[in-house]
Write a protein that binds this ligand. Structure first.
Ligand code: GDP
Ligand code: ZN
Length: 454
């Protein structure tokens, strides 16, 4: 976090690639007055949109648009920020960016790396690490619930909760550290301060935060579901029924081939990444089918749940049953949920699992509830904040250190130095969430995943 790194002015196209009504070129640095002067031959009123021609170096007009100068520290990054709002054509925006870089050559303006604007906002204390992550999560959100929870995190709801919890640990740390200095009175001191009870209350609060973070991570990551089974049992029909009935925001996942169709559907806002596998047959007819089947097995290995679809109308057929047994053997070890389809056309089976009709739409609600149950989803009363595996992990470690602290505190001649150390480690683990104790590696990992211009 050296100052030299902060002083490097940066620029990038801030809007999405492709065409749009408006596109934005953004620059940030400690002092952009020379850049504004070079571009427009004048200064701009702070935080006011000024309609101006954007000209090339030779004076020819590239576009007309709005220029806004946000003087430091009242900007997104906390530095001087210049925003040029032009028409959103990719070629035009690249020309405009090139022009800005050229005009800023004198102050060392360079192209921004991925996530660098948001990284500066973090380094300048505009937002904390959890909020910075929420920026990316808001942009990447695949369902409305995920977007809303990301917005809550960005707004600081998650961070505020973490800060409150950290504050309570700090109080206790202060108390224990102070007691360490007066060893003869220590037991009495801690008892008077109800240290044991307070530790228990903090543990409970961290446990609750952990449960909510798990829900948030589920909203962000979703659940990977594979629909498997023989050809013609109704796998594609089931996927369509699940997607259609939810009025889902359906996003095709790139890279899928004709043998494997993947879609993201949502159930109560939880994204479900569903893969409809090619018919799973042991002996493939040709090379293409063989490859398709290979991919199906790969998808199954990485799935959170496998829907093994059966056709009720074909029960008892020897060839059908043999193929079922073969698939069942190969699915051993996977988290399988049996789905008995075509209940509209045949008597339901007595087996375990869900009986439904993809065609008639019956039994789908039971399947949805079962999927949510398996995902560990519980609608949270006071709103879920978006969270990541990183946050869940940090909260788990915090809790583990608090448990150890509790164990030390419970000893007759309480091992105060060990108690103090566990509290310190708990505090540190919790602080990783907001970046209080962030390492350079962690920062690189988080901001490197952003797109350029954010
Ligand atoms: P897949 O090969 O497993 O993906 O199966 P499809 O979804 O393509 O369906 C195969 C056939 O079964 C089609 O003719 C569907 O109309 C039919 N089918 C699918 N679901 C049902 C159902 O619930 N009831 C009935 N009667 N037919 C169904
Ligand atoms: Zn199909």
């Amino acid at each position: 976090m050296s100052l030299a790194r902060l002083r490097d002015p940066i620029a990038a196209v801030a809007t999405a690639a492709g065409r749009g009504a408006v596109g934005i070129v953004r620059a940030s640095g400690p002092d952009l007055a020379p850049l504004v002067q070079a571009l427009f031959g004048r200064a701009l009123a702070p935080r006011a949109a000024t309609l101006l021609p954007f000209t090339a170096a030779d004076g020819s007009v590239l576009d007309r648009g709005l220029a806004i100068h946000f003087p430091a520290p009242h900007s997104y990054t906390g530095e001087d920020v210049l925003e040029l709002q032009a028409h959103g054509g990719p070629v035009l925006l690249q020309l405009l960016l090139a022009r800005v870089l050229e005009a800023g050559a004198g102050i060392g303006l360079r192209l921004a790396r991925a996530g660098e604007f948001t990284e500066r906002a973090f380094l300048n204390d505009k937002i904390d690490l959890a909020q910075a992550e929420a920026v990316a999560d808001l942009i990447d959100a695949s369902t409305e619930a995920a977007a809303r929870s990301a917005a809550r995190s960005l707004d600081g709801a998650f961070s505020a909760e973490i800060h409150t919890l950290a504050g309570r640990i700090v109080e206790l740390r202060t108390l224990v550290e102070a007691t360490l200095d007066f060893p003869e009175e220590e037991i009495d001191f801690l008892e008077k301060a109800r240290a044991h009870e307070r530790l228990g209350a903090i543990e409970a609060a961290i446990g609750a935060a952990l449960a909510r973070a798990r829900q948030g991570a589920l909203l962000r990551e979703g659940m990977r579901v594979v629909i498997a089974g023989q050809p013609n049992v109704g796998k594609s029909s089931l996927l369509n029924a699940l997607a259609g009935a939810e009025l889902a925001i359906v996003t095709p996942i790139p890279g899928t081939t004709r043998d494997r169709v993947a879609e993201t559907i949502q159930i109560e806002g939880v994204p479900l990444h569903v893969v409809d596998t090619a018919g799973l047959r042991e002996h493939a007819a040709d090379e293409v089918e063989r490859i398709g089947i290979g991919r199906s097995w790969e998808a199954i290995a990485g799935a959170d749940a496998v829907l093994f679809v059966h056709d009720l109308t074909r029960r008892g057929d020897a060839g059908y049953e043999a193929a079922e047994a073969e698939i069942a053997t190969r699915l051993e070890g996977a988290d399988v949920l049996h789905v008995h389809n075509k209940a509209d056309a045949a008597a339901p089976a007595a087996d375990d699992g869900v009986v439904l009709s993809a065609k008639a739409g019956t039994g789908l609600e039971t399947l949805r509830r079962e999927l949510l149950r398996r995902a560990g989803w519980q609608a949270q009363p006071d709103g879920v904040f978006i969270a990541r595996a990183r946050h869940v992990d940090a909260l788990q470690r915090t809790l583990a250190h608090l448990h150890l602290a509790q164990a030390h505190a419970a000893q007759r001649d309480a091992a105060l130095d060990l108690l103090a150390e566990e509290l310190r480690l708990a505090h540190q683990a919790l602080g990783e969430i907001t970046g209080e104790f962030g390492t350079e590696d962690l920062l690189g990992e988080i901001f490197g995943r952003f797109c350029i211009g954010k």
